[in-house]
Write a protein that binds this ligand. Structure first.
Ligand code: ZN
Ligand code: MN
Length: 139
């Protein structure tokens, strides 16, 4: 919570509930997921409040916006470099903490200074695999 105080975000009880939900959360929730969860405690919470708070955090570098799920933006409070693996069926996203050494050849990066990379792995999680139907081509 300390890091959120330091960024000067005005902490209303509703915003605090959003921050608490995100703190240490590794499920990569969507704005809808966060809204659904926090609304249990704050029934008057609006989706706009959730979305605006996420935008403030993202712009301040306290929250990553992931585009690995083509259907919905997903959020990650862990802003340290890591990669992601998504289940194409249930859209579960897990962290991949492997430091891949990828050097972009000079001619590909032109005159860019490269700061990092983000690898998106995709597949089928064990849970979905056990439900069957993996090999029929539709994920
Ligand atoms: Zn799955
Ligand atoms: Mn992550």
């Amino acid at each position: 919570m300390q890091k959120y105080r330091e960024i000067g975000l005005k902490l209303t009880p509703q915003r605090l509930a959003i921050l608490e939900y995100l703190d240490g959360n590794t499920s990569h929730p969507s704005a809808e997921d966060i809204y659904r969860e926090v609304k249990k405690r704050f029934p008057t919470m609006s989706f706009a409040t959730v979305y605006n708070t996420l935008e403030v955090l993202r712009k301040r570098g306290n929250l990553l916006e992931l585009t690995i799920d083509p259907e919905r933006k997903r959020y990650d409070p862990n802003t340290s470099p890591h990669h992601h693996l998504i289940c194409l069926r249930c859209k579960k996203i897990v962290d991949v903490h492997v430091d891949y050494r990828i050097d972009l050849p000079q001619k590909e990066r032109e005159s860019f200074e490269v700061f990092g990379n983000h690898i998106e792995f995709y597949g089928i999680c064990n849970n979905c695999k056990q439900k069957g139907g993996v090999m029929n081509g539709s994920v």
